[in-house]
Design a binder for this molecule. Sequence first.
Ligand SMILES: [Zn+2]
Length: 190
Amino acid sequence: MNQQEWNIKEPCAECKACHRAFADKEPIWSRLTFGAEGYERQDCCAVCWPGAQKGDSVSAWKSVYHMPAPPPPEPIKRETAESLLRQFMETEDPSRRSAIFILAVMLERRRLLVERDVKTREDGLKVRFYEHRKTGEVFVVPDPGLRLDELEQVQQEVIALLGGPVPEKASDKKEKPSFDESRGDGPLGS
Ligand SMILES: [Zn+2]
């Protein structure tokens, strides 16, 4: 079940309809459908798009295809908000749900992800669709509907996982957390 709640869908390298490989920076149309196999992503070229919309889309949007760059040489492994988000989304651990949401919001504020759509499923679960600005991947992220105090707690946990400061005394908890600016992990609430 969880695998359908959160999900990363990579862009297709070619048009779903005419199978022509996309060029770098080509405008494309993307849609998500939800079926027995869970979320499915389809990308189409501008020519095929008008005829390609069969069935109900969960979401559809216009985008730009980015040719995947060859992977850079691995630097010394350091956890970032993005790597942590990807790591959590690979798991099916329900306890990661809030952290996944917080990390996605962090990355949206840092303009790495852009929110494309919000939908409420029939079972009442609100789902946010984020697009990765560089890779075009779609991150399907359930919104756990956190209260403000829960939000702050999860935020602290995530900051600690990213190697940030953890309050030592209870009285410190009221203070705003400080951040390693060089890494850009900014606070959510300001
Ligand atoms: Zn096409």
